[in-house]
Design a protein around this ligand. Structure first.
Ligand code: GLU
Length: 492
């Protein structure tokens, strides 16, 4: 038995859809589990719609998800090239082969005639399909028309009968050939159509198993008919369930749901392993309860047999839960590495942070590890660490004016602030001794301190915040808050 060869075959015409990312993942998992080969094929024949950016988006998305192809446009391989735009000669040879096999016939019907035919069939409530008008032409006439340079397409003559597919996900699915019109394989301008090149490529690249979205089922029927007409081995097929919007509503599109694009998750800074884990659970499950599955566990347990048939909802709460989990598992240095690009993009630090910035980010990583759902959240959460406090938010402002003694308390604490600042634990002990001496509760001190240092009512452990600011800044903010408190205390 040879090992499976699977492929992900995106068209680089826009963003990488989250459904495409899931297709890539399922194929990758199947390949990794079986010792097979994961191929990336760029389906870039539509010159008008392809873009270089889109191609880069696909490469970047796969890299981010850790789904490295074994063969592909960047990796190369023995059965390339792996971009359809570079396979023109292979397709030309395949067209010649088709003609030689006599499984196709030229069709000279004009667009107008086909439109009329369709209108007539529609009016008569008949099933739409090509009426094989050109199949009846005699050989001399065909030669004469071709010699005269009359534009024509090439149609596959679909044999009578039916096509039955034992789908790996959906079980037996079939189509009666009476419902499939003679498929155009080569357009009048000589360009081979999508369904044709896919079959040629899947055959040439030795693809043995095709896992792709359910929306391709009608293409699959045509492709299987074509595989058979060409005398090629038919791969196995598995159609993955449609991904529905977060509220269970219809098909996902970026226009309506930004979450349709993988970039959304990259930009937000969800942990990539969480996204892999989450994508795996869109239409697949290990059992009815396990949600956390590492990449290795997925490779070990993934099974085509447990892919569901019914549409799967995009559960964003589940992703947040998973991403928070994976972030909590990171060590602070790795989390700091992940936070740097987001903080740099926000202008808080340099892209290549200096040692002081690096120390701040590591400290933030340790302080926020338990609280982040996505890396980018640190930008808004920890803005106080990089910018002066200009505003005391909601409850924080209340905490500064609760008692007329607060300005004095903040100034006293500023005077008592140890120099240099000890580590957060020792600083906390110092603060506890400070309140004890004055016969106050700890809460009476920490709320105004937090407001002074961060401008906010909540956040990570307070004495970590002071350490992140450093003594000088922590001291200055105490005095600033004392002044603000004074100015804003209610008249007594
Ligand atoms: N290029 C097709 C698409 O992006 C996928 C083709 C396939 O998986 O066979 O929808």
């Amino acid at each position: 038995m040879t090992t499976p060869r699977v492929r992900f075959a995106p068209s680089p015409t826009g963003y990488l859809h989250v459904g495409g990312a899931r297709t890539a993942l399922f194929n990758w998992l199947h390949a990794r589990q079986t010792g097979g080969t994961f191929i990336l094929r760029m389906e870039d024949t539509d010159a008008a719609r392809n873009t270089k950016e889109s191609r880069e988006t696909i490469f970047r998305g796969l890299r981010w998800l850790g789904l490295a192809p074994d063969e592909g446009p960047e990796e190369g391989g023995d059965l390339g090239p792996y971009s359809q735009s570079e396979r023109g000669e292979i397709y030309a040879a395949a067209v010649a082969d088709l003609r030689a096999r006599g499984v196709v016939y030229p069709c000279f019907c004009t667009r107008e005639r086909l439109a009329e035919l369709r209108a007539r069939q529609e009016a008569a409530k008949e099933r739409y399909g090509y009426d094989r008008c050109c199949l009846g032409l005699d050989a001399d006439e065909v030669t004469r028309k071709i010699d005269a340079g009359e534009a024509h397409t090439l149609r596959l003559r679909v044999p009578e009968g039916e096509t039955v597919i034992d789908d790996l996900v959906r079980g037996e699915v079939k189509v009666a050939h009476a419902d499939v019109e003679d498929i155009i394989l080569v357009r009048a301008d000589g360009a081979p159509v999508y369904n044709f090149v896919v079959v040629i490529d899947d055959h040439h690249m030795g693809v043995s198993c095709v896992l792709r979205g359910e929306d391709h089922l009608t293409n699959t029927f045509k492709q299987v008919i074509l595989f058979k007409a060409l005398g090629f081995d038919v791969p196995l097929y598995g159609h993955l369930p449609l991904i529905l919007g977060p509220k269970g509503q219809g098909k996902l599109s970026k226009r309506k749901h930004p979450e349709a694009a993988l970039e959304h998750y990259i930009d937000r800074g969800f942990h990539p392993e969480a996204v892999v884990n989450w994508l795996a659970l869109i239409g697949w499950s290990l059992d009815d309860k396990t949600t956390i599955l590492s990449r290795d566990e997925l490779v070990q347990h993934f099974s085509l047999g447990r892919i569901s048939k019914s549409g799967a909802r995009l559960d964003l709460d589940k992703l947040e839960h998973l991403s928070g989990h994976y972030i909590r598992e990171m060590d602070p240095a790795a989390l700091a590495d992940a936070l740097v690009p987001f903080l740099a993009k926000a202008g808080h630090i340099a892209e290549d942070p200096n040692s002081q910035q690096r120390a701040t980010v590591e400290h933030l990583a340790a302080a926020y590890r338990e609280r982040l759902v996505a890396f980018s959240d640190v930008v808004a959460e920890a803005v106080w660490a990089f910018q002066p406090v200009t505003d005391y938010e909601g409850k924080a402002s209340k905490n500064l004016v609760e008692k007329p003694t607060i300005p004095a308390l903040l100034r006293d604490y500023a005077d008592a602030l140890p120099d240099p600042l000890p580590d957060p634990e020792a600083h906390e002990a110092h603060a506890r001794a400070f309140v004890e001496e004055r016969g106050m509760g700890f809460g009476q001190l920490v709320h105004p301190l937090r407001a002074a240092w961060t401008g906010r009512p909540g956040g990570p452990p307070l004495f970590d915040c002071a350490a992140i600011l450093g003594r000088k800044e922590a001291h200055a903010r105490l005095l600033q808050a004392a002044t603000w408190s004074e100015e804003n205390l209610p008249e007594s």
